[in-house]
Design a protein around this ligand. Structure first.
Ligand SMILES: [Mg+2]
Length: 281
């Protein structure tokens, strides 16, 4: 009896060793499946950083007031400048389009709600709807300028393949001077300096309106470590005189120095750089 027990114990031990040393394929597959199940889920892209900026842009009455304030002030500037305009040239105002005269915040809201970032394809889908609303005060002011014999040029970095839909959108909202001559979209370069220079040949530009400093001058294209704030300080007198700037907390050239001029870095890296640059106590 004792011998039988001993044999049974020895057999069990040997069986146990044999199981450990020779992996069974089916068992390995199960382990692999289990490992995959407990693998950390991939971090999903988040556009939450855009939430407050877009909410403010869409839902704050303050935003609306700033646009009215700016376009009301634009009338005052125009009236003050008209008596001194170059009589040998025609008179013009240069405006940017996006977040200056047309409201694209629904595109930003779409990015937030679908957890996606900007893509040219998605942007063009939005623009091709030609459904952007006019920003407060813009239509009224530019028609007032027309009444005062001042033309409007729309200088935008929308691409040329979007010209027809862009013009349709502007016409539908009641903007004046919407034609091929007055709507100057992005050509081979993004800088607006050459388009401004072309207008200046025949026109006295009385006022520039935009949401980005590069809508006014090329000096703001290369932002140094001081984020171009030093340039704004240096040219303090041009704001409220030649240039009217509108608020855009959702996106803009101002983001570039935050990301060290590399916009193609990962969303995670962008998020950490956004926080790293903040001034705290
Ligand atoms: Mg703009």
């Amino acid at each position: 009896m004792k011998t039988t027990i001993k044999i049974f114990i020895i057999f069990t031990i040997l069986l146990s060793f044999s199981c450990k040393r020779v992996p069974v394929k089916g068992k390995q597959d199960k382990i692999d499946t289990l490992k995959q199940k407990i693998k950390k889920p991939e971090k999903k892209y988040s556009s939450d950083y855009l939430l407050m900026a877009t909410l403010w842009y869409q839902k704050s009455a303050e935003m609306r007031a700033i646009y009215y304030q700016t376009y009301n002030f634009a009338k005052t500037i125009l009236l003050n400048k008209l008596p001194y305009a170059d009589t040998l040239k025609r008179k013009a105002i240069v405006v940017d389009i996006d977040e200056t005269v047309l409201d694209n915040s629904p595109f930003e809201a779409h990015c937030i709600l679908s957890n996606t970032s900007y893509s040219r394809k998605e942007w063009e889908t939005w623009v091709n709807k030609a459904s952007a609303k006019a920003l407060p005060g813009a239509v009224d002011f530019l028609n007032y300028a027309k009444y005062k014999d001042v033309e409007t040029f729309y200088v935008s970095n929308r691409r040329k393949n979007l010209k027809q839909k862009t013009m349709q959108n502007l016409i539908d909202r009641g903007f004046p001077f919407v034609d091929s001559m007055h709507v100057l979209l992005r050509d081979s370069v993004s800088t607006k300096r050459y388009r401004r220079a072309k207008i200046l040949k025949n026109y006295d530009i009385l006022l520039y309106i935009g949401d980005n400093l590069t809508d006014f001058s090329e000096i703001y294209e290369d932002r140094d470590s001081l984020l171009a704030k030093n340039l704004v300080d240096k040219n303090i007198k041009s704001f409220g005189k030649d240039f009217l700037i509108l608020p855009n907390p959702m996106y803009g050239e101002w983001e570039k120095p935050v990301f060290k001029n590399n916009m193609s870095i990962s969303p995670e890296k962008k998020d950490s750089l956004r926080k790293a640059i903040l001034d705290s106590y």
